[in-house]
Design a protein around this ligand. Structure first.
Ligand code: ADP
Ligand code: MG
Length: 292
């Protein structure tokens, strides 16, 4: 039987926008030793904006943006929305693309005006032997600020660099501090590159980062921690996060969330506040202590 104190706590949580699926989830949340936070949309606001466009020789900022936007028109990644909005704001019209393909966790590709175009991260460029040296310094500087730079390559020659910024939520730092004060080990996981990930983590006060994790491997990060004896809570918002939410001891879906993320979650946090994850765990810990 569920103790009354647990039912009361579940009701109290619901009043502040923390929907806990059942008594087991509440008690589980009070016993977590470790919390894994997804970066985009969980630690950050999840609405990236275009910040920088840089052109290689023979290109202009507008043509770089035009080709990038053309490729992104076929993508559903949050980055794509930022590039398309940025292009529209500058009055840049996308070109037709043939043979569009999305490379999960790396970027997009397609044929534009008879040329092979690629847009994506350094790993994607390496795979296609694209030399990105001319942008090395800019890449470091932008990533060091926590931005996500991607390259445009045309026929295997780098044509430009585009950077999007997705700042941390106003309450991320607070939330992390409270989790750590409650004795919780906090990690951040992301498909983004190591430099960007570390910069964002530092801004939020997160000491441990797993970067360049492919969407399908986020659940493995959770599993590895569990194999090391951790009771793991996972916090995420996207479709990509569903397997990791399901793998974790207690899965938290945050923000607007997708239907799939919400289905896979034990706790749904309304309104996107990361501090509410800390509140949920504090409440659970207090409840678990009471019924011991
Ligand atoms: P996240 O965990 O931040 O959602 P993903 O695994 O979806 O990251 O993507 C990892 C990286 O791959 C991105 O940071 C970006 O560099 C690159 N990437 C993925 N999709 C795209 C895209 N549509 N356009 C450009 N770059 C992309
Ligand atoms: Mg996400």
């Amino acid at each position: 039987a569920t103790p009354i104190s647990v039912m009361v706590a579940v009701g109290r949580a619901a009043q502040s926008g923390i929907l806990i699926r059942n008594g087991d989830a509440l008690q589980g949340a009070g016993k977590l030793s470790c919390v894994v936070l997804d970066k985009t949309g969980t630690v950050t606001e999840g609405r990236p904006k275009l910040s920088t466009v840089a052109a290689a020789e023979g290109w202009t900022e507008d043509t770089v943006l035009q080709w990038a936007a053309s490729l992104e028109a076929g993508s559903e990644h949050p980055l794509a929305a930022a590039v398309l909005a940025g292009a529209q704001a500058r009055g840049v019209e996308p070109l037709p693309v043939n043979g569009f393909a999305a490379v999960v966790g790396q970027g997009v590709s397609g044929m534009i005006e008879g040329s092979a175009a690629l847009l994506g991260n350094a790993a994607l460029m390496r795979q296609h032997q694209v030399e990105t040296g001319p942008f090395a310094e800019q890449l470091q500087a932008l990533a060091g600020q926590g931005q996500t730079p991607v390259f445009l390559a045309v026929n295997r020659v780098v044509a430009g660099l585009i950077s999007v910024a997705d700042p941390i939520k106003a309450d991320s730092k607070d939330a992390v501090a409270r989790l750590r004060a409650a004795g919780i080990r906090v990690l951040m996981v992301t498909g983004d590159n190591e430099i960007t990930a570390k910069a964002i983590a530092a801004q939020a006060g997160i000491a441990e980062v797993r970067a360049q994790v492919l969407p399908q491997d986020k659940a493995k990060v959770v599993k590895t921690l569990q194999d090391q004896g951790e009771a793991v809570g996972m916090v995420g918002d996207g479709i990509n996060d569903a397997p990791a939410l399901a793998q974790s001891h207690v899965g938290f879906a945050i923000g607007t969330g997708t239907d799939i993320a919400i289905e896979s979650a034990d706790v749904v946090i309304m309104g996107g506040s990361l501090v509410k994850v800390a509140e949920a765990m504090e409440l659970s810990q207090a409840t678990v202590r009471n019924i011991k």
